[in-house]
Design a protein around this ligand. Sequence first.
Ligand code: SF4
Length: 469
Amino acid sequence: MIDNPKEYCGLFGIFGHKNASDLTYFGLYALQHRGEESCGIVSSDSKDFYIHKEMGLVGDVFSPEVLGKLKGDIAVGHTRYSTTGSSVLKNVQPLFANHRDKSLAIAHNGNLTNSSALKKKLEAQGSIFQSTCDSEIIIHLMAKEKSPDIVEKLKGAMKSVEGAYSLILMTQDKLIGVRDPLGFRPLVLGKIGNSYCLASETCAFDLIEAKYIREIQAGEIAVIDKSGIRSHKFSSEKKQAQCIFEHIYFSRPDSFAFGQTVHLVRQSLGERLAKEHPVKADLVIPVPDSGMSAALGFSHASGIPLEWGIIRNHYIGRTFIQPHQEIRDLGAKVKFNLLKEVIKGRKVVIVDDSIVRGTTSKKRIRGFREVGAKEVHLRIACPPHRYPCFYGIDFPTQKELIAHKYSINKIKEFLGVDSLGYLSVEGMLACVKDKNNYCTACFSGKYPTKFDKKTGKLSLENKCENVKP
Ligand code: SF4
């Protein structure tokens, strides 16, 4: 029923705070949108480590009793949606490992694009994996490094891995933030009192009243310990490939990502969309929640008033039972209901953040017709999704992407709208700073990581079938 892509993970870590696990809990709460399948916190009091991980939402997994047992002044937490590795307890992060009398917890957001090859190689050398998620590969690679120094171990491991990774690692006396050389996924540094914290998004800092300091740079290892913070570069890569879909859909609108407030970027996308695809209509109706900022921008630029025509039910848990085929359409209505009196007899322009498969949009548009809309126009605040993502976003396979299968005209017919307009790639890039520092592969097919020269395919083993970059 849900047609939206899912993010991989949310990360939070804090060093040197007496309420480390409580603040991590709140940080994860703010990052719940980045992963709803499972969550976990690992803390340390400099002697021992304390771990709690479970399937479920942050608010359900952690009680005051559980948090009370997560002692110490360092903690790292993780919310997960699985894109590699199945959704089972052994894959719930942070992962924890002991090696040569040292312990390490690791939380990962992203997707390693050479994970199968690395895993095969490590297994051939004797590594035994405890989970099926690609993040564990980093632990095994670090364990193979001869240097006892954690930064050197990380630098050594990073030489082998490819793809997208923002990491928070924790030892007994250090918290470490790492971002891959192309900086696909966000990772930010904040401070609360004298304690440093790291998070996927700044909305986590707002909740705990921490001050945003800066982004962890692409290709940076930032080590936080009792003596403060030290930065090490492990890549000389100049180009970046920040995920533009963080602005369009994933990040919370109140977060400051890649140097811009997400809500304001989305508003500009909507303004631009109104200029590229003008339409005569009575009302602009946003698809809640991620279409709201773009709809506001569309309304400002077009002069067409904004109205709530779709009401979202916020209380659908992951356990929602799919209705059987005969009453399947009820499923779409569980999440969204239409305001009939607002829509009836009006020419409406619906603004959505993106269309992936198109099945949910089709049902929604039929609903608009049923309640008597005079005309239904659809505007999408990003370009058509024609290619899969290999960097930590769970899009369906390429053949399930509606814009891969059909032309814009065919999509218009399939959805049953009077007109359809997608934002252009140029229009999208005009709304962000440093447009050359973004990945746009799922729209443009221009993948920022390398290809297998023999096959012309990405150096990915699991999902790259049918990709025509
Ligand atoms: S392919 Fe799309 S979703 Fe994936 S990292 Fe690039 S812009 Fe983001």
